[in-house]
Design a protein around this ligand. Structure first.
Ligand code: FE
Length: 193
């Protein structure tokens, strides 16, 4: 049985970026909904019901994959957020500079890719497990990086349910403000050794 993970902050702590109302619906309705559906679909599935979330994501398709991956993506998204603006740890900062020359250039590309992503999905910082290089990618709908053999480092939910109540159609403002609420320590900890 999968359960809703605890948040590291209160639902109102992201106010100004994500309202308490959006957080409440997103966390208790959308995320909980994916977990309920996942548990329901796993019932009686002798191959997958006692496996880890990672194993299920790597070995399922269709509805089961979608709900398992959405549980993973939301759990990862909550951890990517911080109530306050954080200093960027040296290790991830140097990998960003190595790949994108300047932080400002990285920020510009991240915002452009998020705004231009068509439809529902996520934007990610990912790490290539072989070269250790960082990259910015977007994924459609429920897709997650590990299913594409990439290491997830940080994410922002681009589904309309993540921002529409607060920003309506202005996805760009939502993505810009994300930069004041990134949990860089979480991102840094996700880097491969
Ligand atoms: Fe979402």
């Amino acid at each position: 049985m999968f359960v809703l993970p605890k948040l590291n902050y209160q639902l109102h702590s992201l106010n100004g970026f994500i309202s308490e109302k959006t957080m409440r619906v997103h966390y208790y309705k959308h995320h909980q909904g994916y977990i309920d559906k996942l548990n329901e679909l796993l019932k009686g599935n002798t191959e997958l019901e006692n496996q880890t979330l990672h194993y299920i994501i790597m070995h399922s398709n269709g509805k089961l994959f979608n709900n398992a991956s959405q549980h993973y993506n939301h759990s990862f998204f909550w951890k990517s957020l911080s109530p306050t603006k954080q200093k960027i740890p040296a290790k991830i900062y140097s990998l960003i500079i190595q790949r994108y020359i300047s932080f400002e250039n990285f920020r510009k590309i991240f915002i452009e890719k998020a705004v231009n992503h068509f439809g529902s999905g996520y934007i990610w910082i990912v790490q290539n497990p072989f070269t250790k290089m960082l990259d910015i990618i977007t994924t459609d709908n429920a897709m997650c990086p590990q299913r594409m053999y990439l290491r997830p480092i940080l994410t922002l939910d681009l589904w309309e349910h993540a921002y529409y109540l607060d920003y309506m159609n202005e996805r760009k403002k939502y993505v810009q403000l994300f930069f004041n609420h990134i949990d860089w320590d979480f991102a840094n900890q996700n880097l491969l050794k």
